[in-house]
Design a protein around this ligand. Sequence first.
Ligand code: ADP
Length: 514
Amino acid sequence: MNSSRDVVIGVDIGTTSTKAVAFGEFGQVISSHAMDYPIVQPHPGWAEQDSDIIFSAVVKSVNAVIRKANLLPKQVKALGFSAAMHSLIALDETGRPLTRCIIWADNRSVKQSERLLKEMDGLEIYKRTGTPIHPMSPLPKLFWMKEEMPELFHKTHKFVSIKEYVIDQLYSQYIVDYSIASATGLFNLETLDWDDDVLRLLGLAKERLSVPVPTTYVLQGMKKEWAEQMGVDPALPVIVGASDGVLANIGVGAVSAKEAAITIGTSGAVRTVSSVPKTDERGRTFCYALTEQHWVIGGPTNNGGILLRWLRDEFGSQEREVAKKLGIDPYDLLTQYAEKVPAGSEGLLFLPFLSGERAPYWNANARGTFFGIGLHHKREHFIRAVMEGVCMSVFSVALAIRDLTGPLSEIRVSGGFAKSRFWRQMLADMMGKELLVPKTHEASALGAAVLALYALGELPSFETVKQWIQIKSRHIPNENHTSLYLELFYMYERLYHRLKDEFDVMASFQRKYS
Ligand code: ADP
């Protein structure tokens, strides 16, 4: 039997799985459990999930962490929720779903997003709501539903996100935390309520949305049936929590405007914390709530690790074979080749927009470009240029954030990219900042658990958590490389702007002929 009385459970309702983690007093992992679920794509560009499967994953994963750690209900002090942003479910009067859960990756509302931007003063909407106008967010999805499925739109009793759905199942309450609300495109960052003008534009009454509450809001009195199935006391304080992105900042220890959390998995994101909400005159960044005193300013890039994966899969058959024989990861071979080439790839520059770009350009038509190719460029130059291109896309997001929150002094990285020492050093050099690799296990779940303690008044500030997070390695930037990369980066930005119109032409050519 575990003797600790200070267990807090963080539950992260993610896109591919729900992860529950039981944390001890100083954030140490006591037990964890993940349950996967699929994404359904009924039409090209659509991405949906089954809300009941996700709810069941929440119940079962909490039960599993409690069982694995042999915890008694009274040993659990609190539970906090984290969830993916931007999801949308239409519910009927009895709370049953009329649609599947439409997730951030769903692109059906491209046209509605374009119209919002061009015809409905989308930039102003963004400035009030903090959510960039993009098909990822619920606002254009609601416009899509109103236009394409008007009957469904009108008969829907409530529009909710996946976290609201889970909470309604557990407590029969329609509430939404400020954080998830701030990623809908309908929530006013100043009034901390649904934005009247956006609702008017949409023709949606406030009553058809949940009641917004602070992320520290405490729920009690869980329905007996579910408390039993989870193995918790119905009186357990459950903290509504925030979204996965903003909680990950707590989980890696990037909790002020001086530190940025950079994640590079398949895609990438840069995020920093500000004490007041801030939006960008040019619409480059997002602003999502963590608490009323902590706002996460950041930007997502489409072009992260997916580029090295593309290189490995399309051009790396040789490396794949050799790696297989040697029993090593083909990524390690590719990065070893790249390491043979000096910084700047001897004048080979790569614009990495293979899947268009979100922050800072928000341009779906942007495309990849190699620039400066000469006969002296070999295979390894191309590999290095691709890796440098990924770092430049991240750097460009960080610069947009810096315009709002001031200079950074430290960056904390995570994601598949962080496995490569060489790639990490490249990013430290590019940004000219010290780069830290925190030892994390489910940063968003840790963030949810920490926010729960904060809500209960047991943590004076998020700064305390930094002491809990071990640092695996540190990288000091090489100043010579930093100045070289800066020159290259100016070229990158200029090139993007010069090619902008050509990207539109090429994208329409590609749509026509492929
Ligand atoms: P996701 O969770 O978004 O699917 P991951 O965090 O697993 O992504 O990271 C996947 C990406 O990380 C890969 O596409 C690759 O670019 C990068 N990556 C993974 N392992 C390595 C490695 N050993 N060296 C360099 N890059 C790596």
